[in-house]
Every structure is written in structure tokens, then in C-alpha cells.
Design a protein around this ligand. Sequence first.
Ligand SMILES: NC(=O)c1ccc[n+]([C@@H]2O[C@H](COP(=O)([O-])OP(=O)(O)OC[C@H]3O[C@@H](n4cnc5c(N)ncnc54)[C@H](O)[C@@H]3O)[C@@H](O)[C@H]2O)c1
Length: 344
Amino acid sequence: MIRVGIIGCGSVAGFGHAPAIHRTSGVELAAAYDPVPGKAQEFTQRNGGQPFDDLDAFFSHPLDAVSICSPVGVHHDNVLRAAAAKVHVLCEKPVTTTREHAEEMCRAMSFADRLLMVGLVYRFSHAAQDIRRWVREGVIGEVRSLRLVYLWNLHGQWMNDGSGKWIESPLWRGRMLEGGPMVDCGVHQIDLARWWLGSEVVRIHGAGAWVSNYEAPDHVYAHLDHESGAHTMVDMSFTYGHTAKEPTSTFTYELIGTGGVIRYNREGWKLEILDGSNTRAVPGASEKNFEGMYEAWRDAIQTGSIGDLPDVEAGMRAMEIAQEATRQAIEQRVAPSRPATIVS
Ligand SMILES: NC(=O)c1ccc[n+]([C@@H]2O[C@H](COP(=O)([O-])OP(=O)(O)OC[C@H]3O[C@@H](n4cnc5c(N)ncnc54)[C@H](O)[C@@H]3O)[C@@H](O)[C@H]2O)c1
């Protein structure tokens, strides 16, 4: 049994990691750490394991591996602590903010002779796995264009409090300091594009829109040219519909090839292949699969073979591309926008 400890008992640890650990045979949730007093206790009451608010005490507990679910700014420190404790690490995306940190993390983990993998969980969705296989089999010929779109209201300034009153969202302030939508979420899509195509990004063009007057653009477009000649467009928003009474989201993948199109829509988990002879609808799936990721991680720890798990280089490339697209968007901003207005 692989004894896993969770570092950082917030949102993703609760909805993604803990349930997946429980559903994956061969792994168990042994401990959880959070520096906020009482948070680990609350978390372990719901999910099991020993609670800790002291990191030394957490690492004194018998563990084989840790899942790092803390904010990106402290991933580096937590990985170094895990390396010193000689445990395997699954680190949430974005893996870290600088290449120097990434290299230091890899050196420490390699010295500890333990695995360091990045939790880019979209890779394990059945839809993403099918798409990867179809691209390799050439079912739509040669893929020339990818359009990966995710528009949602995560950090919009305004929210309806349910009684019809508009209030400022508690998630609005500060969150964009983590890098904005392309860094925070777009790393998944950028990783998928590189992984599906097996082709490096050689040119990046980023542009942005300020719908809600953040310190970073809340809507970022990345245009990426791959070595193969294919082009990827990633379109990400954190404020889509934040002034609408009922915000909705758009989450789609489109792969356009010389012999057809593959389309995925999270709405209804629709997955289709359109080629010269047919339109085939195949069973879709959620865009995330934490359980699949934990199965792969368990197998990697047991066999040493990482399978589809992203390594630090993959995580870091996605991060650097997202950072560069965001940097260009900010640098090329034309004019400050006025604050968002609510129209009713
Ligand atoms: N893959 C996904 O679907 C997904 C979804 C959400 C978040 N994430 C990623 O997971 C990470 C955490 O995001 P979240 O939304 O759960 O954030 P969160 O703010 O909800 O939770 C983070 C937790 O880490 C704790 N923390 C703060 N400093 C810490 C430290 N030094 N060491 C350990 N813990 C510390 C906080 O107290 C908090 O409980 C981020 O890297 C984020 O990008 C991934």
C-alpha cells in the first residue's frame, strides 16, 4: 500500500485528490498538512488520515509519497522538503514559476532517487486519451490546427448573491497575481496540444482583453506554432459572463486535420470524429480524471515507468508558454478599459 500525504488542504485537494486516492486501489490517504490552523483537521475529518499543521511533524509520519496541492508560489519549497524526506511527489500544476526553481526541484528529487511528476490531470480524461490515440493513428489525416477554448467565470469581479443583489466576488482580488487564466488554467490546454501532437511549440503570440480590469488580462489568447507546422489557438477567460445573471461556460477542443475534424464539447461530454466517410459520435467523458492520474502515479511508483504522467519538463514548458503569451498580452495592451458594468 502506498501511503500518500496531502500538502495543502484547499479546493483541489478536496474535490480532486482525496476522492481519487480513496477510489484507487493500492494507495491510501495517510496524512494531510495545511499551515492554516484547523484546516488539516477539518480535511481529515472528511477524508481520513492524520492531520498536521506542522510540516516537520507531517514528514515524521510514515509516508511513501506526497501530493502537493498548495499554491504555485510554494510548490518549489514543498518539493524540496519532500525530497529531503525521500518521498515521491505528484505536484499540482503549474509546477513552479521559474526554470531555476524547476531545475532545483529536479536535482533534489533525483538525488533523493524519487519520482517528481506534475498533476496535469486533463491528460487522463478518456476523451483526451482517445484523441491522443486517434492523432497517432491518423484518423483525421495530419492535424494542422487545434482550437482549445475554455471560457468561464472563475474570478469575475461581480457575482449575484442569489437574492438579485450584485456583490464583489471574494475570488476577484489578488487571484490574478497567480498569473491569470492562461497560466492558471491554460497550462492544461497547452500541455494537451504538445502531448497530442508530439510536437514542440516554436513560436508564441499572445493577446489579451481586460473585461474586468485585472492586474493581468482576464481573457488571454495564445497562438502557438508547432515544429510540425501545426497551429494551436488557446482561448481562455476567467470572467466570461461575470456580469450575467446566469454565467455559463464554453469548454471545447477542435482538432482540424487534412482528413477531417475531431470535436469535443464538455457540455454533454460530446466527442465526435468527422471524416470523409462518416460522423462518428463516441462516448465522451469529463475533461478531468483524477482517478486515472492516481492509477498512473501508483503504477509509476511501483514500476518506475511514468506512462502518460507529465514530467517537470512538460509542466515547465506549458508554464513558460503560458507566461510568455500573458507577458505579450500585457505588453501590447492598447488602452485601459473602464470598469465592468452590469446591464439589467
Ligand atoms: N488540476 C486541477 O483541476 C486544479 C484545480 C484547482 C487548482 N489546481 C492547482 O492546485 C493548487 C492549489 O489550488 P487550490 O485551488 O486548491 O487552492 P486553495 O487556495 O483552495 O488551496 C490551497 C491550500 O494550500 C494551503 N497552503 C498555503 N500555503 C501553503 C504552504 N506553504 N504549504 C502547504 N499548504 C499551503 C492553503 O492554506 C490552502 O488550504 C494550485 O497550484 C492550483 O493551480 C488544480
